[in-house]
Design a protein around this ligand. Structure first.
Ligand code: ATP
Ligand code: ZN
Length: 283
């Protein structure tokens, strides 16, 4: 049987979470900073540690079967790969930013202006789609100093908090693209049993991460109101307490509406609410 290869970032913003998700899938491997390749002891898989920019092409060319990389890098590379799964980390937004003092309010006002970026492909597509004729200055790093140096009138870059923009006298103007890390495969690659197995494990880890396990106590008279708020995987588990008239309810709730749910549960009569992380959900 052929050993699968998955390419992940060697160091940088996606490295830690990529390693974590693979480890949470039960894969056992050594993660030395110096190594370029690691063999998984308990699955027919090798992990290649690469610069993120190289990952889409390695996967496209079949040097790696799978890869974990940001959507922005995939689109920028123009590589022909297919998305298997969004992974929920490495989230960021690519934005056009202009000097804080700028009065620009309309995209068309960028006509004839210079925009500095490390993402010329994504920017060009966006400008074209919006009929803007701006000049793209392709620079590889520290794009945000462009306007200060007189190199460009605007920039196009990844913005997370906006702190870097602000400290360089810039402000966000247009959101162009949201990105997150995704699992990719070569286009048309056969998704054999091992790939399917890995994908299922990743999905069960993602499902678990998006949910919490909740145990709470409630008086029987309030039980229906509490149960109405809780879906569970199928439905909640109800266990009698030693104290007459009381039960414990076990369920899972979505992380995203966690606080709202907890407050509603309390209002419905839930007490002693215990919340625990879930490792995996196999459906
Ligand atoms: P490499 O050495 O692998 O080429 P890099 O310097 O190009 O690394 P990183 O800064 O590690 O890249 O970012 C990798 C990816 O992380 C980005 O392409 C993007 O998808 C994602 N990302 C998430 N948040 C941010 C952010 N605030 N700034 C930059 N990238 C981010
Ligand atoms: Zn890179």
């Amino acid at each position: 049987m052929k050993t699968l290869k998955i390419a992940i970032q060697k160091s940088g913003r996606l490295n830690e979470k990529s390693v974590e998700i693979l480890k949470n899938c039960g894969l056992s491997f050594e993660n030395y900073k110096s190594s370029l390749i690691a063999t998984v002891a308990n699955f027919p898989l090798e992990i290649l540690f690469l610069r993120d920019d190289d990952i889409p092409e390695y996967v496209q060319d079949g040097i790696a079967d799978l890869g974990i990389v940001g959507e922005n890098v995939i689109i920028e590379s123009g590589a022909n790969v297919s998305y298997l799964q969004k992974l929920g980390f490495g989230k960021c937004t690519l934005k056009i930013a202009v000097p804080s003092t700028s009065t620009i309010s309309d995209l068309q006002q960028l006509d004839g202006k210079a925009i500095a970026t490390s993402y010329p492909v994504i920017l060009e597509k966006y400008l074209k789609a919006n009929g803007v004729d701006a000049q793209i200055r392709n620079i590889s790093g520290s794009v945000e100093i462009g306007p200060g140096l007189g190199l460009s009138d605007a920039i196009f870059d990844i913005v997370s908090t906006g702190g870097t923009l602000k400290s360089n006298g810039l402000k966000p103007f247009k959101n162009v693209m949201d990105s997150e890390a995704v699992l990719i495969a070569g286009n048309g690659m056969e998704l054999n049993e091992e790939v399917q197995e890995l994908l299922q494990r990743i999905q069960s880890v993602l499902r678990a991460k998006a949910t919490k396990y909740v145990v709470l106590n409630v008086e029987k008279s309030n039980l229906q109101a509490v149960v109405d708020l809780l879906p569970g995987v199928k439905s909640p588990t109800i266990v009698p307490l030693f104290e007459e008239g009381w039960v414990a309810v076990h369920s899972v709730i979505a992380e995203q509406d966690f606080w709202e749910k907890i407050n509603n549960l309390k209002a419905a009569g839930a007490q002693g609410i215990v919340v625990m992380p879930i490792e995996k959900i196999i459906t």
